[in-house]
Design a protein around this ligand. Structure first.
Ligand SMILES: Nc1ncnc2c1ncn2[C@@H]1O[C@H](COP(=O)(O)OP(=O)(O)OP(=O)(O)O)[C@@H](O)[C@H]1O
Ligand SMILES: [Mg+2]
Length: 317
């Protein structure tokens, strides 16, 4: 069974004056296996936080269904919520005026854990997140990275199966961010938790997630493993370095084959071209040959998620 299933999930908000509809999430379908880390990657306002809030029952969907380990968050709310731990943006799930230890004990208690059970769990979490030495300090006096780790510990205290993290490493320095990313991977791989991470940091998504759903304007544009997303891209970006410059007729013919960018310096020309189908590569080579162009080099561009992201999520005008 899927740990998380979203079916045609949609959320409409009314605008400030109530005249216009804002579609924050538009027909999202997703199935997540136990132990998987899935990233929601997308620009500001894409609908990532709204989707997370619908999954954990903070926001009611306008349409569609959320199933957590088979339980419907709407009709079987209590059972579904037992499976979830959530950390929203800004670690708002913890008390700043309590210590990490007190936060963990308090939230363990109100969620019905027994004292002895809580103690063992707290010690384990404090050690796992390297917080043990600071367990009695006020949370507000800890660094941002530590506060975020306290927030995630609190979300994990009741041993939920599904962990939802909204922008977990935002604003952390590279070392704290790396440390936290490694912990998140460990939580999934060693403890079998299913994790959903919303982020607009591509490097984070690429490092941490098994699968990435790129979300734009409330829709999942593409959802696949990082490897497949990168393969998709690899077949698409080429650079041709040629001698001299191209005449306008040749440029026209090339741009009919595929989208391209041309940079000329009078001596050489660099053509960057997106190729959807690899046979088009031969069409380009043949065209350049028939035009008598001297090709100096053909290079497949280096692949990273950023290129794919910019291809899929166009810049806002
Ligand atoms: N309570 C609300 N009332 C009205 N509109 C809202 C509300 N919450 C979110 N929205 C709108 O829904 C859309 C999606 O917002 P959401 O916060 O889910 O995006 P996001 O992907 O999390 O963005 P970010 O990367 O900035 O956190 C935006 O247009 C936002 O303005
Ligand atoms: Mg958000």
């Amino acid at each position: 069974m899927f740990m998380l299933k979203l079916e045609e999930l949609r959320k409409e908000y009314k605008s400030f004056l109530g005249k216009k509809k804002i579609i924050a999430v538009d027909k999202i379908d997703l199935e997540v296996q136990p132990g998987e880390i899935v990233g929601f990657l997308g620009p500001n306002g894409a609908g990532k936080t709204t989707t997370i809030k619908m999954i954990c029952g903070l926001v009611n969907p306008t349409k569609g269904q959320v199933l957590i380990d088979g339980y419907d968050i709407k009709n079987e709310r209590k059972k579904a919520l037992k499976k979830i731990g959530v950390v929203l943006e800004g670690s708002r799930n913890i008390y700043w005026r309590l210590s990490p230890y007190e936060n963990l004990r308090y939230f363990g208690n109100i969620r019905g854990m027994r004292t002895k059970q809580i103690k063992t769990k707290i010690d384990k979490l404090l050690h796992f997140f390297n917080l043990y030495e600071r367990k009695n300090d006020l949370t507000q006096k800890l660094s941002r990275g530590m506060q975020q780790k306290v927030a995630i510990s609190v979300a994990l205290v009741t041993s939920p199966l599904l962990l939802l993290l909204d922008e977990p490493v935002l604003g952390l320095d590279p070392h704290s961010s790396n440390e936290l990313q490694e912990r998140i991977i460990k939580i999934a791989k060693e403890e079998g938790k299913t994790i959903i991470i919303a982020t607009h940091q591509m490097d984070v998504a690429q490092k941490v997630c098994d699968r990435i759903a790129i979300i734009n304007k409330g829709k999942i544009v593409v959802c696949d493993t990082v490897k497949k997303l990168l393969n998709l891209l690899e077949a698409q970006h080429y650079e041709f370095r040629i001698e001299g410059s191209l005449n306008s007729e040749c440029k026209d013919k090339l741009s009919k084959i595929s989208h391209l960018e041309i940079n000329e310096d009078g001596i050489e020309t660099l053509i960057s071209i997106n190729i959807i189908n690899s046979s088009l590569l031969y069409d380009i080579i043949n065209l350049l040959k028939s035009e008598g162009v001297n090709i100096i080099e053909i290079r497949k561009q280096e692949v990273n998620l950023e290129k794919l992201y910019f291809q899929i999520v166009p810049e806002r005008k």
